[in-house]
Design a protein around this ligand. Structure first.
Ligand code: GUN
Ligand code: ZN
Length: 443
């Protein structure tokens, strides 16, 4: 593949944007067996290719590693943009009734297909995904992801209290179902399993302990849950677990806090919590569109990333509470949240969060998130000229930093020209039947 490309050689929050950014104005990305074999200036690399090697050229585009969404709920796709409530009432009124539909495996398969197609349309190639309490919702998701060969992390929600009858498992039943799913899917091709207690309010202490035990049963498992998103939620957790020092301590006590753990939100947390995440390698997922939509509060990104004890932070859409599956739209809101806390999110830092930083937060940076030899060839091709408004603004750009800023502030799925998964074209905007409004629905 030939075109302008951006990727990273370092962390721009630690080393500064200039030292971290790799910008190749006319790059060649050589792809072999689903991996990147070589990356560099076109003129230097082209003579090394065997004669007749096909080259796809993307003029006036920006090629990036595929986006990484570190927190998202596929079953909530049908209820995105649910009016009026904040977190706890939103869960009761909209989320739980929607998730109850996933007892039907056929329904789960249809939504999983639509969700993964939407992710690819947004340029996202890896996500950490919550399914529902139903094991069949997990089989539906991984079956479709395996068909597409996308690298996905997902798991069955564990929830044995404070939820409707139809959505509760039991501590032992949740453990047994999770272990069977782990043995079916974890490390099956590119699929990875995350033990997924929904949050401390919907699991008994026994269920949390068993979740910790699950993590010790197999190598390389992930853990995902929610932490300190909303003030009323934090107060509820304090009442449910009076003997724990903090919300995070509820999870730490159960052995859930460590590498490959991902905590959604972390809006209302103290220095101690950031310190524990730093020390253990547990990540936080910054979900700005969700935090603004539900009125949850402003994540203190630059405090989390304090170079003296940086926390691994990824970017999450948190769709259905989040209002978009686009990481470009999510960066737009992340920029505004940073402004509201008196900080500047530089476009190079922003794109790092959406790609290499997200991969690092998941401890997957040796496989995805950058454009470099040996890394899996998950790529997105961004079009800064996607709309008339963007095109006239892009014409004004003299630097790659400015062009990236235009993409993150004005871009969305319309500016994703193409998405590649393991080297294969998985979304082609200009040949997408969903893009043609006169075409019959795909299902
Ligand atoms: N906390 C517990 N469950 C959820 C959920 O589904 N979405 C969000 N945003 N927060 C939660
Ligand atoms: Zn969530």
């Amino acid at each position: 593949m030939r075109g302008r490309a951006v990727t990273f050689r370092a962390d721009p929050f630690q080393d500064g944007p200039a030292a971290a950014l790799v910008h190749e104005p006319d790059a060649l990305i050589v792809i072999e067996d689903g991996h990147i074999a070589a990356f560099g200036p076109h003129d230097a690399l082209r003579p090394t290719l065997p004669e007749g090697t096909p080259v796809t050229t993307y003029p006036r585009a920006v090629i990036s590693a595929g986006f990484v969404d570190t927190h998202v709920h596929y079953p909530q796709l049908p209820m995105i943009a649910a009016y009026g409530e904040q977190l706890l009432e939103w869960l009761e009124r909209y989320t739980f009734p929607t998730e109850a539909r996933y007892a039907d495996a056929g329904y789960a398969a249809r939504v999983a297909r639509r969700f993964l197609r939407e992710l690819l349309r947004a340029g996202t190639t890896t996500a950490a995904v919550y399914c529902t309490v139903h094991p069949q919702s997990v089989d539906a998701f991984f079956t479709e992801s395996a068909r597409l060969d996308t690298r996905m992390v997902a798991g069955k929600v564990l929830m044995d209290r404070n939820a409707p009858d139809a959505l509760r498992d039991t501590a032992q039943g949740g453990y047994d179902d999770s272990l069977a799913l782990i043995d079916r899917w974890h490390g099956n091709g590119r699929q990875l399993y995350a033990v997924t207690p929904r949050f401390a309010a919907t699991s008994t202490e026994r269920q949390l302990d068993l979740a910790g035990s699950l993590l010790r049963q197999r190598d390389g498992l992930f853990m995902q849950t929610h932490l300190s998103e909303n003030v009323a939620e934090v107060e509820w957790i304090r009442r449910l677990f009076p003997s724990r020092r903090s919300y995070l301590d509820v999870y730490a006590h159960a052995g859930l806090v460590g590498p490959r753990g991902v905590l959604g939100h972390g809006v209302h947390v103290d220095e101690d919590t950031f310190h524990t995440c730093h020390a253990t390698g547990c990540a936080m997922a910054h979900c700005p569109t969700s935090n603004l939509f539900l009125g949850s509060g402003a994540f203190r990104l630059f405090d989390a990333l304090d170079p003296r004890r940086p926390v691994r932070v990824g970017l999450g859409t948190d769709m259905g509470a989040g209002t978009s599956l686009s990481q470009l739209q999510t960066l737009n809101e992340a920029y505004k949240v940073a402004q509201s806390t008196g900080r500047r999110l530089h476009p190079v830092q922003a794109f790092w969060l959406a790609t290499a930083g997200g991969a690092r937060s998941l401890h997957l940076d040796d496989r995805i998130g950058t454009i470099a030899p040996g890394i899996e060839a998950d790529l997105c091709v961004l079009d800064p000229y996607a709309t008339p408004l963007m095109a006239q603004r892009a014409e004004e750009c003299d630097t790659i930093e400015d062009l990236l800023f235009v993409l993150m502030m004005l871009g969305d799925d319309r500016s994703v020209r193409a998405t590649y998964v393991a080297g294969a074209l998985a979304h082609d905007r200009d040949h997408d039947p969903d893009h043609d409004r006169d075409a019959p629905p795909a299902e």
